[in-house]
Design a protein around this ligand. Structure first.
Ligand SMILES: Nc1ncnc2c1ncn2[C@@H]1O[C@H](COP(=O)(O)OP(=O)(O)OP(=O)(O)O)[C@@H](O)[C@H]1O
Ligand SMILES: [Mg+2]
Length: 526
């Protein structure tokens, strides 16, 4: 249309409509006469269908239909319906001039004269091919996504409705929680929580937080179908529609039991290492002090002995020198114990069979711990030999027995067991300078009060004691620890509050045959 024509057209309202229709390229807008012949054509129609106005005006609109539809008289039926009801609306395939097809949304309106007489039809067609393709793509990607979610097995991924009832269920959810979809869909998700968490309102808090803040993240224990528990990392996301209305929740749960256990094991290993390094440091310090202290005591003791000759006959002075010498003896015992802890005591190791040695201690033990406590010794057959200072071993066992006695308040059972043992790589990994291999194990078990875990961490420290002043110096286990380390062995304590304690001593196996028969000397009991 020329510019001047366009100006003229714009002067009347009818003309303005025509301008509008002729400017539209996204819709095919054209008219049919009462029989269905095309009587007008706009740029949109030309764009979709490919015909110029002069090529198509006067032709029947059924040209745009597929042959199959033409055979079924779909075009005629469409006009009939539009005539009868005023409007016909459908989606379907239409044919372009070049024979290609497109997916069209079609509206046919009947046009009547003021008297009500049918004069023709207005037709509006939209090309929905792209939208249809986009929808198909979306459907496909949604389906792929659904398949992906369903087949993920490492994560439980599922939906909750607004109330918190399970609305979908994937393979991971089934694997982790044990329910099949048919058992759980429709049930409330609080079923997965522990009794305590439900009582504390955790599931409700989760949904409320997700609703308020969009997301809730939590680590805690959850319950499987079979009642067993696992550690879960949980995220709940609120899902809202385009208007912002809450439609449900997406829930992703991961089983982190193994990860937590690995972390705990690592922490325990680190704690063990730190403790042994601490004991190492204390040992070095104590060893040095005890050594010098011992030398000083030697000097004092030597001079006191000389002095006692000088004052022979003076009873008062002799008594004073005697009590000074007793003090020196106590000091020297202390120094010896500290040197034992510091792994600096002179050892006289011999190849011994600890079974025989333990059996020989019966009498000594009975006297040490009293009549009320039952003593049982169990020695495994074919016990290996070991290279140990027998006196110090006896001393160590006596110390453990006295600790056991103190823990049992006068009644209970003391069991001393000797057997062959193997410390594997996994076990020795947690300890400095401990080698995997064959060991002779001596276990001293009591049925006493047990050791609380915070105390258990400190029992080897010199001077650590829970006993009353004068009852214990806190050097017993320190000595045992140093002795075992100095002997290339290992100590480990297992304890349960109220049930009792087992102290296990490990000495490396010695292949050589036993030296001479070693008999337990029934020494003094402290
Ligand atoms: N069998 C046991 N049962 C319960 N607690 C124990 C046992 N053995 C040791 N303990 C705890 O470990 C602490 C340290 O023990 P350790 O033998 O080193 O010192 P002690 O017995 O207190 O004093 P000492 O042995 O020098 O006379 C004890 O005070 C006690 O609290
Ligand atoms: Mg003790």
């Amino acid at each position: 249309m020329e510019n001047s024509d366009r100006f003229d057209a714009a002067q009347s309202s009818e003309g303005r409509y025509r301008l509008l229709v002729e400017a539209i390229t996204d819709y095919a807008i054209y008219m049919l006469d009462r029989d269905g012949h095309v009587t007008s054509w706009n740029p949109g129609a030309k764009r979709f269908k490919g015909y110029e106005a002069e090529e198509i005006i006067g032709h029947h609109f059924s040209t745009f239909y597929t042959e199959a539809e033409r055979e079924q008289k779909v075009p005629a039926l469409a006009l009939e319906e539009a005539e009868r009801t005023g409007r016909f609306e459908r989606e379907g395939w239409r044919v372009r001039k070049d024979g290609t097809q497109f997916w069209a949304h079609v509206i046919i309106d009947a046009i009547r004269s003021p008297k009500g007489e049918l004069v023709g039809f207005a037709k509006i067609t939209r090309d929905l091919t792209e939208r249809r393709a986009a929808e198909a793509k979306l459907r496909e990607s949604e389906q792929q996504f659904r398949l992906m979610v369903q087949s993920v097995t490492d994560y439980a991924i599922y939906m909750l409705d607004v109330e918190g009832n399970v609305a979908s269920w994937n393979a991971g959810a089934q694997r982790i929680k044990g329910y099949g979809p048919e058992e759980i869909i429709g049930r409330h998700f609080s079923n997965f929580y522990t009794e305590e968490d439900r009582a504390a309102g955790i599931p409700r808090t989760g949904l409320q937080t997700a609703t308020r803040e969009g997301r809730w993240e939590h680590e805690g224990q959850r319950v499987r179908k079979d009642g067993t528990r696992f550690w879960a990392h949980v995220v709940i996301d609120a899902i809202r529609d385009d208007d912002g209305k809450l439609v449900g929740f997406a829930k992703v749960t991961r089983d982190i039991t193994e990860r937590r256990e690995a972390k705990a094991a690592l922490q325990a290993a680190q704690a063990t290492l730190i403790r042994s390094q601490k004991l190492e440091a204390i040992g070095q310090l104590t060893g040095g002090v005890a050594h010098d202290f011992n030398n000083l005591l030697q000097v004092i003791s030597g001079n006191l002995q000389l002095l006692s000759k000088d004052i022979a006959g003076n009873a008062r002075a002799e008594m004073r020198v005697q009590s000074a010498l007793a003090g020196v003896a106590r000091g020297s015992k202390l120094a010896t114990q500290l040197l034992a802890f510091a792994r600096r005591q002179p050892l006289e190791p011999r190849v011994v069979n600890v079974g025989r040695l333990i059996k020989g201690m019966d009498e000594l033990l009975r006297r040490a711990i009293g009549e009320e406590i039952e003593v049982e010794t169990v020695v495994g057959g074919g016990l290996w030999n070991s290279l140990i200072d027998p006196d110090q071993l006896e001393n160590a066992i006596l110390n453990l027995a006295i600790n056991a006695r103190d823990a049992m308040n006068g009644e209970g059972r003391l069991t001393i067991e000797a057997s062959n043992a193997f410390l594997d790589d996994e076990y020795v990994r947690h300890y400095d300078d401990l080698i995997a291999g064959q060991y002779v194990m001596i276990a001293v078990t009591d049925t006493g009060v047990g050791i609380p875990s915070d105390i258990l961490e400190r029992v080897y420290e010199p001077f650590f004691t829970t006993k009353a002043e004068g009852k214990g110096t806190g050097l017993g286990l320190a000595m045992v620890y140093g002795f075992l380390k100095q002997s290339g062995g290992h100590v480990k304590i297992y304890s349960e509050i109220g049930a009792g304690t087992t102290v296990k001593l490990y000495f490396p196996r010695e292949m050589a045959i036993e030296d001479t028969l070693v008999s337990a000397t029934s020494g003094d009991i402290k």
